[in-house]
Design a protein around this ligand. Structure first.
Ligand code: FAD
Ligand code: NAD
Length: 466
Protein backbone atom coordinates (compact mmCIF):
# COMPACT_ATOMS: atom_id res chain seq x y z
CA UNK A 1 0.00 0.00 0.00
CA UNK A 2 1.36 3.46 -1.02
CA UNK A 3 1.96 5.76 1.93
CA UNK A 4 1.58 9.57 1.89
CA UNK A 5 2.10 12.34 4.41
CA UNK A 6 -1.05 14.15 3.30
CA UNK A 7 -3.95 12.98 1.12
CA UNK A 8 -6.61 15.34 -0.16
CA UNK A 9 -10.00 14.06 -1.34
CA UNK A 10 -11.43 16.43 -3.97
CA UNK A 11 -9.58 18.61 -6.48
CA UNK A 12 -11.64 21.84 -6.42
CA UNK A 13 -10.08 25.20 -5.49
CA UNK A 14 -9.89 24.00 -1.88
CA UNK A 15 -8.30 20.65 -2.65
CA UNK A 16 -5.83 21.53 -5.40
CA UNK A 17 -4.56 24.61 -3.54
CA UNK A 18 -4.11 22.50 -0.38
CA UNK A 19 -2.18 19.93 -2.46
CA UNK A 20 0.18 22.54 -3.91
CA UNK A 21 0.82 24.19 -0.52
CA UNK A 22 1.41 20.77 1.13
CA UNK A 23 3.92 19.88 -1.60
CA UNK A 24 5.63 23.28 -1.23
CA UNK A 25 5.98 22.56 2.49
CA UNK A 26 7.77 19.28 1.72
CA UNK A 27 4.98 16.75 2.32
CA UNK A 28 4.57 13.65 0.13
CA UNK A 29 1.10 14.54 -1.16
CA UNK A 30 -1.74 12.67 -2.91
CA UNK A 31 -4.84 14.20 -4.52
CA UNK A 32 -7.94 12.11 -5.27
CA UNK A 33 -10.58 13.19 -7.80
CA UNK A 34 -13.60 11.14 -8.91
CA UNK A 35 -13.91 12.92 -12.28
CA UNK A 36 -11.41 12.74 -15.13
CA UNK A 37 -10.67 16.48 -14.97
CA UNK A 38 -9.25 18.34 -11.99
CA UNK A 39 -10.55 21.66 -10.69
CA UNK A 40 -13.90 20.73 -9.11
CA UNK A 41 -17.12 22.70 -9.42
CA UNK A 42 -15.32 26.01 -9.85
CA UNK A 43 -13.29 25.16 -12.94
CA UNK A 44 -15.61 22.63 -14.61
CA UNK A 45 -19.20 23.78 -13.99
CA UNK A 46 -18.97 26.91 -11.81
CA UNK A 47 -16.94 30.10 -11.66
CA UNK A 48 -14.94 29.78 -14.88
CA UNK A 49 -17.58 28.54 -17.38
CA UNK A 50 -20.22 30.93 -16.00
CA UNK A 51 -17.85 33.87 -16.40
CA UNK A 52 -16.99 32.75 -19.94
CA UNK A 53 -20.71 32.75 -20.83
CA UNK A 54 -21.21 36.09 -19.05
CA UNK A 55 -18.39 37.64 -21.08
CA UNK A 56 -19.66 36.28 -24.43
CA UNK A 57 -23.25 37.32 -23.78
CA UNK A 58 -22.08 40.78 -22.67
CA UNK A 59 -20.26 41.27 -25.99
CA UNK A 60 -23.47 40.29 -27.82
CA UNK A 61 -25.58 42.61 -25.69
CA UNK A 62 -23.21 45.51 -26.31
CA UNK A 63 -23.13 44.82 -30.05
CA UNK A 64 -26.94 44.93 -30.17
CA UNK A 65 -27.54 47.71 -27.63
CA UNK A 66 -24.62 50.11 -27.13
CA UNK A 67 -22.38 49.92 -30.23
CA UNK A 68 -24.60 52.29 -32.24
CA UNK A 69 -24.32 55.00 -29.55
CA UNK A 70 -20.54 54.53 -29.57
CA UNK A 71 -20.63 55.14 -33.32
CA UNK A 72 -20.05 51.56 -34.39
CA UNK A 73 -22.45 50.26 -37.01
CA UNK A 74 -22.85 46.52 -37.30
CA UNK A 75 -25.38 44.68 -39.41
CA UNK A 76 -27.09 41.38 -38.68
CA UNK A 77 -25.58 40.55 -35.31
CA UNK A 78 -26.52 36.98 -34.43
CA UNK A 79 -26.02 35.02 -31.24
CA UNK A 80 -24.48 31.59 -31.91
CA UNK A 81 -25.09 29.68 -28.66
CA UNK A 82 -23.26 26.55 -29.85
CA UNK A 83 -20.10 28.60 -30.55
CA UNK A 84 -20.39 30.38 -27.17
CA UNK A 85 -20.59 27.03 -25.42
CA UNK A 86 -17.70 25.65 -27.49
CA UNK A 87 -15.51 28.63 -26.51
CA UNK A 88 -16.60 28.22 -22.88
CA UNK A 89 -15.56 24.54 -22.99
CA UNK A 90 -12.16 25.48 -24.44
CA UNK A 91 -11.60 27.97 -21.61
CA UNK A 92 -12.54 25.25 -19.11
CA UNK A 93 -10.17 22.75 -20.76
CA UNK A 94 -7.22 25.19 -20.74
CA UNK A 95 -7.87 25.98 -17.08
CA UNK A 96 -8.19 22.33 -16.02
CA UNK A 97 -5.07 21.40 -18.03
CA UNK A 98 -3.29 24.12 -16.08
CA UNK A 99 -4.08 22.27 -12.85
CA UNK A 100 -2.64 19.00 -14.30
CA UNK A 101 0.53 20.94 -15.07
CA UNK A 102 0.67 22.37 -11.53
CA UNK A 103 0.25 18.89 -10.00
CA UNK A 104 3.17 17.56 -12.08
CA UNK A 105 5.29 20.62 -11.33
CA UNK A 106 4.73 20.17 -7.59
CA UNK A 107 5.12 16.37 -7.72
CA UNK A 108 1.63 15.71 -6.32
CA UNK A 109 0.44 12.14 -7.02
CA UNK A 110 -3.02 12.32 -8.62
CA UNK A 111 -5.51 9.42 -8.36
CA UNK A 112 -8.67 9.46 -10.48
CA UNK A 113 -11.49 7.57 -8.78
CA UNK A 114 -13.99 7.82 -5.95
CA UNK A 115 -12.23 8.10 -2.61
CA UNK A 116 -13.72 6.74 0.59
CA UNK A 117 -12.37 6.21 4.09
CA UNK A 118 -11.81 2.63 5.16
CA UNK A 119 -10.36 3.77 8.51
CA UNK A 120 -9.09 7.05 9.91
CA UNK A 121 -5.84 6.81 7.96
CA UNK A 122 -6.64 4.62 4.95
CA UNK A 123 -8.57 5.50 1.81
CA UNK A 124 -9.89 3.29 -0.95
CA UNK A 125 -9.96 4.75 -4.48
CA UNK A 126 -12.35 3.09 -6.92
CA UNK A 127 -11.62 4.12 -10.48
CA UNK A 128 -11.71 2.81 -14.03
CA UNK A 129 -8.69 0.59 -13.31
CA UNK A 130 -10.22 -1.01 -10.21
CA UNK A 131 -9.56 -0.33 -6.54
CA UNK A 132 -6.38 1.16 -5.02
CA UNK A 133 -5.74 1.51 -1.29
CA UNK A 134 -3.50 4.19 0.20
CA UNK A 135 -2.41 5.09 3.71
CA UNK A 136 -1.92 8.67 4.86
CA UNK A 137 -0.68 10.47 7.98
CA UNK A 138 -3.17 13.32 7.49
CA UNK A 139 -6.27 13.48 5.30
CA UNK A 140 -8.06 16.60 4.07
CA UNK A 141 -11.72 16.36 3.01
CA UNK A 142 -12.35 18.82 0.15
CA UNK A 143 -15.34 17.17 -1.51
CA UNK A 144 -17.30 20.38 -2.14
CA UNK A 145 -21.02 20.72 -2.79
CA UNK A 146 -23.88 19.85 -5.14
CA UNK A 147 -27.05 21.80 -6.09
CA UNK A 148 -29.84 21.76 -3.50
CA UNK A 149 -33.50 21.33 -4.47
CA UNK A 150 -36.93 21.13 -2.84
CA UNK A 151 -38.97 17.94 -2.34
CA UNK A 152 -41.60 19.22 -4.85
CA UNK A 153 -39.03 19.74 -7.59
CA UNK A 154 -37.45 16.90 -9.49
CA UNK A 155 -34.46 18.06 -11.52
CA UNK A 156 -34.99 16.26 -14.85
CA UNK A 157 -31.88 17.95 -16.36
CA UNK A 158 -33.86 18.68 -19.55
CA UNK A 159 -36.47 21.32 -18.71
CA UNK A 160 -35.97 21.61 -14.95
CA UNK A 161 -32.25 22.24 -14.71
CA UNK A 162 -29.41 23.31 -12.42
CA UNK A 163 -26.50 25.59 -13.26
CA UNK A 164 -24.59 22.62 -14.73
CA UNK A 165 -27.16 22.07 -17.51
CA UNK A 166 -27.69 25.84 -17.95
CA UNK A 167 -24.05 26.01 -19.09
CA UNK A 168 -24.70 23.41 -21.84
CA UNK A 169 -28.10 24.32 -23.34
CA UNK A 170 -28.74 23.51 -27.00
CA UNK A 171 -31.11 26.44 -27.55
CA UNK A 172 -31.76 29.90 -26.13
CA UNK A 173 -34.81 29.54 -23.86
CA UNK A 174 -37.94 31.46 -24.86
CA UNK A 175 -38.95 31.90 -21.23
CA UNK A 176 -36.51 30.94 -18.48
CA UNK A 177 -37.96 30.83 -14.97
CA UNK A 178 -35.39 31.27 -12.20
CA UNK A 179 -36.26 29.57 -8.94
CA UNK A 180 -34.27 31.71 -6.49
CA UNK A 181 -32.94 35.24 -6.96
CA UNK A 182 -29.48 34.55 -5.56
CA UNK A 183 -26.07 34.58 -7.21
CA UNK A 184 -26.41 31.65 -9.62
CA UNK A 185 -29.89 32.62 -10.78
CA UNK A 186 -28.98 36.23 -11.50
CA UNK A 187 -25.65 35.46 -13.22
CA UNK A 188 -27.03 32.76 -15.52
CA UNK A 189 -30.35 34.60 -15.89
CA UNK A 190 -28.35 37.61 -17.14
CA UNK A 191 -26.61 35.43 -19.74
CA UNK A 192 -29.91 34.31 -21.28
CA UNK A 193 -31.70 37.67 -20.87
CA UNK A 194 -28.85 39.25 -22.87
CA UNK A 195 -29.26 36.58 -25.54
CA UNK A 196 -32.98 37.37 -25.87
CA UNK A 197 -34.79 35.04 -23.42
CA UNK A 198 -37.67 36.33 -21.35
CA UNK A 199 -36.45 35.77 -17.77
CA UNK A 200 -38.64 35.68 -14.64
CA UNK A 201 -37.12 35.53 -11.15
CA UNK A 202 -39.25 33.91 -8.43
CA UNK A 203 -37.70 34.75 -5.06
CA UNK A 204 -38.87 33.98 -1.54
CA UNK A 205 -37.26 37.00 0.15
CA UNK A 206 -38.41 40.60 -0.24
CA UNK A 207 -35.35 41.44 -2.34
CA UNK A 208 -32.82 39.76 -4.64
CA UNK A 209 -29.34 38.73 -3.35
CA UNK A 210 -31.00 38.96 0.10
CA UNK A 211 -27.91 38.17 2.19
CA UNK A 212 -26.01 41.21 0.87
CA UNK A 213 -26.51 44.85 1.95
CA UNK A 214 -30.14 45.64 1.02
CA UNK A 215 -29.17 48.71 -1.04
CA UNK A 216 -27.28 46.46 -3.50
CA UNK A 217 -30.24 44.20 -4.29
CA UNK A 218 -32.52 47.22 -4.86
CA UNK A 219 -30.08 48.85 -7.29
CA UNK A 220 -29.33 45.57 -9.09
CA UNK A 221 -33.06 44.93 -9.53
CA UNK A 222 -33.42 48.35 -11.20
CA UNK A 223 -30.57 47.60 -13.63
CA UNK A 224 -31.72 44.07 -14.43
CA UNK A 225 -35.28 45.30 -14.98
CA UNK A 226 -33.87 47.52 -17.75
CA UNK A 227 -32.52 44.32 -19.30
CA UNK A 228 -36.11 43.02 -19.29
CA UNK A 229 -35.86 40.60 -16.35
CA UNK A 230 -39.14 40.32 -14.38
CA UNK A 231 -39.14 39.91 -10.60
CA UNK A 232 -41.66 38.12 -8.38
CA UNK A 233 -40.46 38.79 -4.83
CA UNK A 234 -42.07 37.40 -1.67
CA UNK A 235 -42.95 34.28 -3.67
CA UNK A 236 -42.13 30.93 -2.09
CA UNK A 237 -41.65 28.28 -4.75
CA UNK A 238 -43.40 25.03 -3.77
CA UNK A 239 -42.92 22.85 -6.85
CA UNK A 240 -42.07 22.50 -10.52
CA UNK A 241 -43.32 20.05 -13.15
CA UNK A 242 -42.28 19.52 -16.73
CA UNK A 243 -43.64 18.08 -19.94
CA UNK A 244 -41.59 17.52 -23.10
CA UNK A 245 -41.76 21.22 -24.03
CA UNK A 246 -42.99 23.16 -21.01
CA UNK A 247 -42.38 23.76 -17.32
CA UNK A 248 -44.85 24.92 -14.70
CA UNK A 249 -43.51 26.42 -11.49
CA UNK A 250 -45.85 26.80 -8.55
CA UNK A 251 -45.34 29.32 -5.77
CA UNK A 252 -47.18 30.90 -2.85
CA UNK A 253 -47.33 34.68 -2.80
CA UNK A 254 -47.24 36.92 0.31
CA UNK A 255 -50.97 36.46 0.85
CA UNK A 256 -50.57 32.67 0.75
CA UNK A 257 -52.25 32.45 -2.68
CA UNK A 258 -51.02 29.86 -5.19
CA UNK A 259 -49.42 31.36 -8.30
CA UNK A 260 -48.28 29.52 -11.46
CA UNK A 261 -45.50 30.40 -13.89
CA UNK A 262 -45.16 28.74 -17.29
CA UNK A 263 -42.02 28.70 -19.39
CA UNK A 264 -39.85 26.36 -21.46
CA UNK A 265 -36.97 26.05 -18.95
CA UNK A 266 -36.73 26.39 -15.17
CA UNK A 267 -33.35 26.94 -13.50
CA UNK A 268 -33.34 25.79 -9.89
CA UNK A 269 -30.85 27.95 -7.95
CA UNK A 270 -31.86 27.56 -4.31
CA UNK A 271 -28.38 27.12 -2.90
CA UNK A 272 -25.99 24.18 -2.65
CA UNK A 273 -25.56 21.33 -0.18
CA UNK A 274 -22.34 19.73 1.11
CA UNK A 275 -21.30 16.60 -0.80
CA UNK A 276 -20.15 13.61 1.25
CA UNK A 277 -21.92 10.74 -0.58
CA UNK A 278 -20.20 7.35 -0.17
CA UNK A 279 -17.24 9.02 1.51
CA UNK A 280 -17.17 6.48 4.33
CA UNK A 281 -17.14 9.18 7.02
CA UNK A 282 -18.60 6.62 9.44
CA UNK A 283 -15.56 4.34 8.92
CA UNK A 284 -13.29 7.16 10.07
CA UNK A 285 -15.71 8.39 12.75
CA UNK A 286 -16.01 11.91 11.27
CA UNK A 287 -19.09 13.88 12.39
CA UNK A 288 -21.36 16.06 10.23
CA UNK A 289 -23.85 18.70 11.48
CA UNK A 290 -27.62 18.78 10.92
CA UNK A 291 -27.12 20.31 7.46
CA UNK A 292 -24.64 17.61 6.43
CA UNK A 293 -21.59 19.90 6.70
CA UNK A 294 -18.44 18.30 8.08
CA UNK A 295 -17.88 19.75 11.56
CA UNK A 296 -14.51 21.45 12.06
CA UNK A 297 -12.78 23.45 14.79
CA UNK A 298 -10.88 26.73 14.39
CA UNK A 299 -7.96 24.78 12.88
CA UNK A 300 -10.30 23.16 10.33
CA UNK A 301 -9.69 19.81 12.05
CA UNK A 302 -12.68 17.45 12.31
CA UNK A 303 -13.57 15.60 15.52
CA UNK A 304 -10.96 12.98 14.44
CA UNK A 305 -7.33 14.02 15.00
CA UNK A 306 -5.41 14.17 11.70
CA UNK A 307 -8.53 14.54 9.51
CA UNK A 308 -9.29 18.07 8.28
CA UNK A 309 -12.01 19.55 6.05
CA UNK A 310 -12.15 22.69 3.90
CA UNK A 311 -14.24 24.58 1.33
CA UNK A 312 -17.93 24.13 0.51
CA UNK A 313 -18.18 20.95 2.61
CA UNK A 314 -17.65 22.95 5.87
CA UNK A 315 -19.37 26.00 7.43
CA UNK A 316 -19.08 29.48 5.89
CA UNK A 317 -19.52 31.06 2.47
CA UNK A 318 -19.53 28.69 -0.50
CA UNK A 319 -16.93 30.60 -2.48
CA UNK A 320 -13.87 29.50 -4.42
CA UNK A 321 -11.52 32.04 -2.82
CA UNK A 322 -12.73 31.03 0.68
CA UNK A 323 -11.95 27.39 -0.21
CA UNK A 324 -8.51 28.45 -1.49
CA UNK A 325 -7.71 30.36 1.71
CA UNK A 326 -8.68 27.29 3.71
CA UNK A 327 -6.55 25.04 1.47
CA UNK A 328 -3.46 27.10 2.24
CA UNK A 329 -4.45 27.49 5.90
CA UNK A 330 -4.84 23.76 6.54
CA UNK A 331 -1.53 22.86 4.87
CA UNK A 332 0.25 25.42 7.07
CA UNK A 333 -1.53 24.16 10.21
CA UNK A 334 -0.34 20.62 9.37
CA UNK A 335 3.19 22.02 8.96
CA UNK A 336 2.99 23.50 12.48
CA UNK A 337 2.65 27.11 11.32
CA UNK A 338 0.13 29.60 12.71
CA UNK A 339 -1.88 30.88 9.71
CA UNK A 340 -4.92 33.15 10.00
CA UNK A 341 -8.11 33.74 8.00
CA UNK A 342 -10.32 36.77 8.65
CA UNK A 343 -13.69 35.36 7.53
CA UNK A 344 -15.32 38.79 7.83
CA UNK A 345 -13.05 40.00 5.04
CA UNK A 346 -13.84 37.35 2.42
CA UNK A 347 -15.35 39.46 -0.37
CA UNK A 348 -18.58 38.48 -2.13
CA UNK A 349 -19.07 39.26 -5.82
CA UNK A 350 -21.97 38.87 -8.27
CA UNK A 351 -20.80 38.99 -11.90
CA UNK A 352 -23.91 40.58 -13.38
CA UNK A 353 -23.63 43.93 -15.17
CA UNK A 354 -23.38 46.13 -13.22
CA UNK A 355 -21.17 43.96 -11.02
CA UNK A 356 -21.90 43.73 -7.31
CA UNK A 357 -19.07 43.42 -4.78
CA UNK A 358 -18.95 43.71 -1.03
CA UNK A 359 -16.76 43.11 2.00
CA UNK A 360 -17.27 43.46 5.75
CA UNK A 361 -20.46 44.31 7.59
CA UNK A 362 -23.72 45.27 5.88
CA UNK A 363 -25.70 48.25 7.14
CA UNK A 364 -28.35 45.85 8.46
CA UNK A 365 -25.72 43.93 10.47
CA UNK A 366 -24.30 47.14 11.98
CA UNK A 367 -27.81 48.24 13.01
CA UNK A 368 -28.44 44.84 14.58
CA UNK A 369 -25.14 45.04 16.50
CA UNK A 370 -26.07 48.55 17.73
CA UNK A 371 -22.80 49.87 16.30
CA UNK A 372 -22.59 53.64 15.62
CA UNK A 373 -21.52 54.17 12.03
CA UNK A 374 -21.40 56.80 9.32
CA UNK A 375 -22.16 56.33 5.62
CA UNK A 376 -20.37 57.65 2.54
CA UNK A 377 -21.91 57.29 -0.91
CA UNK A 378 -20.73 58.03 -4.42
CA UNK A 379 -22.86 57.35 -7.53
CA UNK A 380 -21.12 56.16 -10.71
CA UNK A 381 -23.10 58.72 -12.73
CA UNK A 382 -20.76 61.33 -11.19
CA UNK A 383 -17.65 59.45 -12.41
CA UNK A 384 -16.00 60.72 -15.60
CA UNK A 385 -14.64 57.24 -16.35
CA UNK A 386 -18.11 55.70 -16.02
CA UNK A 387 -19.63 58.33 -18.34
CA UNK A 388 -16.90 57.66 -20.92
CA UNK A 389 -17.75 53.94 -20.94
CA UNK A 390 -21.53 54.49 -20.58
CA UNK A 391 -21.62 52.46 -17.35
CA UNK A 392 -23.26 54.93 -14.98
CA UNK A 393 -25.58 52.58 -13.03
CA UNK A 394 -24.67 51.96 -9.39
CA UNK A 395 -22.73 53.44 -6.51
CA UNK A 396 -20.05 52.84 -3.90
CA UNK A 397 -21.18 52.85 -0.26
CA UNK A 398 -18.68 52.97 2.60
CA UNK A 399 -19.64 52.27 6.20
CA UNK A 400 -17.15 53.59 8.77
CA UNK A 401 -17.05 53.58 12.57
CA UNK A 402 -18.68 56.81 13.81
CA UNK A 403 -15.99 57.32 16.47
CA UNK A 404 -12.75 55.92 15.00
CA UNK A 405 -13.44 56.27 11.23
CA UNK A 406 -12.28 52.63 10.70
CA UNK A 407 -13.88 51.16 7.57
CA UNK A 408 -16.39 48.49 8.63
CA UNK A 409 -18.02 47.60 5.32
CA UNK A 410 -17.80 48.48 1.63
CA UNK A 411 -20.68 47.79 -0.77
CA UNK A 412 -20.28 48.48 -4.45
CA UNK A 413 -22.46 48.05 -7.50
CA UNK A 414 -21.19 49.30 -10.83
CA UNK A 415 -18.59 48.75 -13.55
CA UNK A 416 -15.64 46.51 -12.63
CA UNK A 417 -16.46 46.51 -8.91
CA UNK A 418 -15.44 42.82 -8.82
CA UNK A 419 -11.88 44.05 -9.29
CA UNK A 420 -12.30 47.28 -7.32
CA UNK A 421 -13.32 45.48 -4.12
CA UNK A 422 -9.72 44.25 -3.68
CA UNK A 423 -8.66 47.73 -2.58
CA UNK A 424 -11.34 47.73 0.13
CA UNK A 425 -10.27 44.25 1.31
CA UNK A 426 -6.64 45.31 1.64
CA UNK A 427 -7.63 48.55 3.37
CA UNK A 428 -9.75 46.64 5.88
CA UNK A 429 -7.08 43.96 6.44
CA UNK A 430 -4.79 46.83 7.51
CA UNK A 431 -7.69 48.37 9.50
CA UNK A 432 -7.59 51.56 7.46
CA UNK A 433 -9.82 54.52 8.25
CA UNK A 434 -11.93 56.15 5.54
CA UNK A 435 -9.58 59.11 5.78
CA UNK A 436 -6.55 56.87 5.00
CA UNK A 437 -8.14 56.09 1.61
CA UNK A 438 -8.86 59.76 0.92
CA UNK A 439 -5.16 60.56 1.37
CA UNK A 440 -4.01 58.01 -1.24
CA UNK A 441 -3.84 59.18 -4.86
CA UNK A 442 -6.16 57.27 -7.22
CA UNK A 443 -5.37 57.47 -10.95
CA UNK A 444 -7.68 59.64 -13.04
CA UNK A 445 -9.89 58.76 -14.78
CA UNK A 446 -10.58 55.35 -13.22
CA UNK A 447 -13.54 53.65 -11.60
CA UNK A 448 -11.42 53.38 -8.43
CA UNK A 449 -11.76 57.13 -7.82
CA UNK A 450 -15.36 56.36 -6.80
CA UNK A 451 -14.12 54.46 -3.73
CA UNK A 452 -11.98 57.44 -2.72
CA UNK A 453 -14.96 59.79 -3.27
CA UNK A 454 -17.24 57.58 -1.12
CA UNK A 455 -14.59 57.66 1.63
CA UNK A 456 -14.39 61.47 1.29
CA UNK A 457 -18.19 61.53 1.65
CA UNK A 458 -17.93 59.38 4.80
CA UNK A 459 -15.34 61.70 6.39
CA UNK A 460 -17.43 64.83 6.79
CA UNK A 461 -19.13 65.09 3.41
CA UNK A 462 -15.95 66.13 1.60
CA UNK A 463 -16.64 64.38 -1.75
CA UNK A 464 -15.40 66.55 -4.60
CA UNK A 465 -17.60 65.48 -7.52
CA UNK A 466 -21.08 65.35 -5.93
P1 FAD B 1 -15.56 21.76 -5.33
O1 FAD B 1 -15.08 22.77 -6.27
O2 FAD B 1 -17.01 21.38 -5.37
O3 FAD B 1 -14.68 20.46 -5.58
C1 FAD B 1 -14.90 19.26 -4.93
C2 FAD B 1 -14.31 18.14 -5.75
O4 FAD B 1 -14.33 16.96 -4.99
C3 FAD B 1 -15.11 17.84 -7.02
O5 FAD B 1 -14.26 17.84 -8.13
C4 FAD B 1 -15.68 16.44 -6.76
O6 FAD B 1 -15.80 15.65 -7.93
C5 FAD B 1 -14.64 15.87 -5.82
N1 FAD B 1 -15.13 14.78 -4.98
C6 FAD B 1 -16.23 14.79 -4.18
N2 FAD B 1 -16.33 13.63 -3.49
C7 FAD B 1 -15.28 12.87 -3.88
C8 FAD B 1 -14.83 11.56 -3.53
N3 FAD B 1 -15.46 10.83 -2.61
N4 FAD B 1 -13.71 11.10 -4.13
C9 FAD B 1 -13.04 11.84 -5.05
N5 FAD B 1 -13.41 13.08 -5.40
C10 FAD B 1 -14.51 13.58 -4.83
N6 FAD B 1 -17.42 30.90 -6.34
C11 FAD B 1 -16.70 32.04 -6.44
O7 FAD B 1 -15.93 32.37 -5.53
N7 FAD B 1 -16.78 32.84 -7.55
C12 FAD B 1 -17.61 32.55 -8.57
O8 FAD B 1 -17.67 33.29 -9.55
C13 FAD B 1 -18.40 31.37 -8.49
N8 FAD B 1 -19.23 31.03 -9.49
C14 FAD B 1 -19.95 29.87 -9.40
C15 FAD B 1 -20.82 29.56 -10.44
C16 FAD B 1 -21.57 28.41 -10.38
C17 FAD B 1 -22.51 28.09 -11.51
C18 FAD B 1 -21.43 27.53 -9.27
C19 FAD B 1 -22.21 26.25 -9.21
C20 FAD B 1 -20.57 27.83 -8.23
C21 FAD B 1 -19.83 29.01 -8.28
N9 FAD B 1 -18.97 29.39 -7.25
C22 FAD B 1 -18.26 30.56 -7.33
C23 FAD B 1 -18.79 28.55 -6.05
C24 FAD B 1 -17.50 27.72 -6.19
O9 FAD B 1 -17.56 26.95 -7.35
C25 FAD B 1 -17.34 26.83 -4.96
O10 FAD B 1 -17.41 27.61 -3.78
C26 FAD B 1 -15.99 26.10 -5.00
O11 FAD B 1 -15.87 25.32 -6.16
C27 FAD B 1 -15.82 25.23 -3.76
O12 FAD B 1 -14.59 24.59 -3.84
P2 FAD B 1 -14.31 23.20 -3.11
O13 FAD B 1 -12.88 22.88 -3.40
O14 FAD B 1 -14.75 23.26 -1.71
O15 FAD B 1 -15.26 22.13 -3.81
P1 NAD C 1 -28.05 31.49 -3.09
O1 NAD C 1 -28.07 31.08 -1.68
O2 NAD C 1 -27.18 32.59 -3.54
O3 NAD C 1 -29.54 31.91 -3.53
C1 NAD C 1 -30.67 31.11 -3.29
C2 NAD C 1 -31.89 32.01 -3.31
O4 NAD C 1 -33.04 31.19 -3.29
C3 NAD C 1 -31.96 32.95 -2.10
O5 NAD C 1 -32.15 34.27 -2.54
C4 NAD C 1 -33.17 32.42 -1.31
O6 NAD C 1 -33.88 33.43 -0.63
C5 NAD C 1 -34.02 31.81 -2.44
N1 NAD C 1 -34.96 30.77 -2.00
C6 NAD C 1 -34.78 29.78 -1.08
N2 NAD C 1 -35.89 29.01 -0.99
C7 NAD C 1 -36.79 29.51 -1.89
C8 NAD C 1 -38.10 29.13 -2.29
N3 NAD C 1 -38.73 28.08 -1.77
N4 NAD C 1 -38.71 29.87 -3.24
C9 NAD C 1 -38.10 30.95 -3.82
N5 NAD C 1 -36.85 31.34 -3.48
C10 NAD C 1 -36.19 30.62 -2.53
O7 NAD C 1 -27.78 30.14 -3.91
P2 NAD C 1 -27.35 29.90 -5.41
O8 NAD C 1 -27.64 31.09 -6.25
O9 NAD C 1 -27.92 28.58 -5.77
O10 NAD C 1 -25.77 29.76 -5.28
C11 NAD C 1 -25.20 28.68 -4.52
C12 NAD C 1 -23.85 29.00 -4.01
O11 NAD C 1 -22.90 29.13 -5.04
C13 NAD C 1 -23.86 30.29 -3.23
O12 NAD C 1 -23.51 29.99 -1.91
C14 NAD C 1 -22.82 31.14 -3.85
O13 NAD C 1 -21.95 31.64 -2.88
C15 NAD C 1 -22.06 30.24 -4.81
N6 NAD C 1 -21.88 31.01 -6.06
C16 NAD C 1 -21.07 32.10 -6.04
C17 NAD C 1 -20.93 32.87 -7.16
C18 NAD C 1 -20.06 34.07 -7.12
O14 NAD C 1 -19.26 34.18 -6.21
N7 NAD C 1 -20.16 34.99 -8.06
C19 NAD C 1 -21.60 32.55 -8.32
C20 NAD C 1 -22.43 31.45 -8.31
C21 NAD C 1 -22.54 30.67 -7.17
Amino acid sequence: MDKFDVTIIGSGPGGYVAAIRCAQLGFKTALIERYQTLGGTCLNVGCIPSKAMLDSSEHYHNATHTFATHGIEVKEVKANLAQMIKRKSEVVKQTCDGINFLMKKNKVTVFHGHGSFTSKNTVSIKGEKGETMIESGKIIIATGSKPFSLPGIEIDKKRIITSTEALELKEIPKHLILVGGGVIGLELGSVYARLGSKVSVVEYADGIIPTMDKSLGKELQKSLSKLGIEFYLNHKVTGAKSTAKEVTVTAENKEGKAVEFKGDYCLVALGRKPYTDNLGLDKAGVKVDAKGKVEVDDHLQTNVAGIYAIGDVVRGAMLAHKAEEEGTFVAEVIAGQKPHINYNLIPGVVYTWPEVAAVGYTEEQLKEKGKKYKVGNFPFKASGRARASMDTDGFVKVLADADTDEILGVHMIGPRTADMIAEAVIAMEFRASAEDITRASHAHPTFTESFKEACLDATGKRAIHI
